[in-house]
Ligand binder design. Structure first.
Ligand SMILES: Cc1ncc(COP(=O)(O)O)c(C=O)c1O
Length: 471
């Protein structure tokens, strides 16, 4: 086959490539030829800063020498072997490393290929657990999930998702889910102030000192009030229906797809307590927030929570090769073991590429990078992100600016998000912006100059919105 021209590539893209979550009638081909660091280069050679880490997975930016070399090295030995009854040495080493790094006693690692599958695995393991644990409770078949949740697009993950636009159409084929409103992050205090659990929000680093002592301040009262109200909603459901609920599923700290909806401190640990009290399992879906995104290796670490299932994906391989993992505890795992010669217990689930060797090599190299300075360097980068966000927050078009770790987001008082997104594209920044929402979720190792450039372009975009008479 001869090398196609750029025009042909665009023509083929339009004709044959059905893109994820993309209204294809309006699709304008944008074909990427290569990427380096935080920059994507399209086939015309134009550069774009990747302000969304290629949908939240490119933790280390692109073409990172350590990860690329590890994948190439592994390719020279073995690309893949099945996980059915055997496993690649590198996947064994990764399982051990994840078990060592994970909170508490999350000792058992089930590999899959994407975040949706990691959630699916947790949901199925929870259900099967209640059927074969010491005192089986087969009536526990429902899940409690939050409004505006997003857990992926396979059928189980779709069922626990709560974004009407994505999920409602599939209603007829979904399992039963009890939906509870999440904390309302608009009712939380602004970043830089109190109410974010002391050092939890790195934005506090550059905040003016609180005028009142932390535990008497309004920020704390707002956060605590919203947290308590949301937990009370959960408790009301669990008190009535725990005997039919297999698990509560939550996106710890930040519901990213909901529009970077941030939970108040104490919500996650409060959920853990409620699940214990009512004998319901807790699934922490850290597919989007795991591995450094919130400033700690795992979001659960902020509140010292050990979930029953921890779902990981995206940053696990820094976006190099698809891989996800579901971790669980000995208590859960042991219910899947035969107790005598007549039993036939196993987890009835698997994927062809579970424990893929190339992906495991990418994950090992990613973890090496995290452990050789990346995590230690995060507070400075997080503070820089927060400073730039705080400057933007002064713009009259900006409201509800918020930050958690390396996630910065704000809403707009006018629906000019798409316009800002277009402006950014024209000026070399790929930014995810919806009508009233803009967020920045860059690679964790982004250069300071690149981060400044992203925020400069957003400021200019806001000005251009005002200049157009739309602000
Ligand atoms: C919290 C969460 N869970 C699960 C998923 C699904 O992951 P994947 O797209 O890899 O299937 C996503 C994707 O954005 C997510 O944000």
């Amino acid at each position: 086959m001869t090398t196609p021209t750029n025009d042909q590539l665009c023509e083929w893209d339009r004709a044959h490539y059905w893109h994820s979550f993309t209204p294809m009638a309006d699709y304008e081909p944008w074909v990427i030829a290569r990427a380096e660091g935080s920059t994507l280069y399209d086939i015309e050679g134009k550069a774009y800063l990747d302000a969304a880490s290629s949908m939240w997975c490119a933790a280390l930016g692109h073409n990172h020498p350590r990860v690329s070399a590890a994948v190439v090295e592994q390719l020279g030995r073995m690309a893949h072997c099945t996980s059915l009854g055997m496993g690649a040495d590198v996947a064994v080493r990764l399982a051990k490393r994840l078990a060592d790094l994970a909170p508490g006693d999350l000792q058992h690692v089930f590999f899959s290929s994407d975040g949706s599958s990691a959630v699916e695995v947790a949901m199925k393991q929870a259900l099967q657990y209640w059927r074969q644990c010491e005192r089986p409770q087969p009536a526990k078949t429902k899940y409690l999930a939050f409004g505006e949740a997003y857990h992926g697009d396979t059928i189980g993950a779709t069922a626990v998702g709560g974004i009407g636009r994505y999920h409602d159409v599939f209603g007829p084929i979904l399992c039963e889910v009890i939906r509870v409103d999440p904390p309302d992050s608009r009712k939380l205090p602004p970043p830089g102030g109190e109410g974010w659990g002391g050092g939890m929000n790195p934005a506090t680093r550059f905040a003016p000192p609180p005028r009142t002592p932390p535990h008497q301040g309004e920020g704390n009262r707002m956060a605590e009030g919203e947290c308590a109200a949301a937990l009370a909603r959960v408790e009301a459901v669990l008190a009535e229906q725990a005997d039919t609920i297999a698990a509560v599923i939550v996106e710890p700290l930040v519901q990213c797809a909901a529009g970077m909806l941030m939970h108040p401190p104490g919500f996650l640990s409060g959920l853990r307590q409620l699940c214990d009290k009512h004998d319901v399992l807790l699934i922490a879906d850290e597919v989007a927030v795991g591995f450094g995104r919130t400033g700690k290796l795992f979001a659960c670490n902020h509140e010292e929570v050990v979930p029953d299932f921890l779902c990981l994906g995206k940053h696990l391989t820094a976006g190099y090769v698809p891989m996800a993992a579901t971790l669980t505890t000995p208590r859960l795992y042991e219910a899947f073991l035969n107790r005598n010669a007549t039993e036939d217990r196993t987890f009835w689930h698997g994927h062809t590429y579970s424990g893929n060797a190339l992906a495991a090599a990418a994950a090992m190299a990613t973890l090496d990078e995290f452990e050789s300075g990346l995590l230690d360097g995060l507070p400075a980068r997080i503070a820089h992100l927060g400073e730039r966000l705080c400057h933007l927050a002064a713009d009259p078009l900006v409201e509800h600016a918020r930050q958690r770790g390396m996630i910065a987001a704000f809403n707009l008082t006018e629906p000019i998000g798409r316009q800002i997104g277009r402006y950014a594209m024209d000026h070399g920044v790929w930014l995810r912006a919806k009508d009233d929402l803009v967020y920045v979720m860059p690679p964790l190792n982004i250069e300071a100059g690149d981060l400044d450039r992203i925020f400069d372009v957003i400021s200019e975009g806001l000005e251009s919105g005002t200049a157009d008479g739309r602000g």
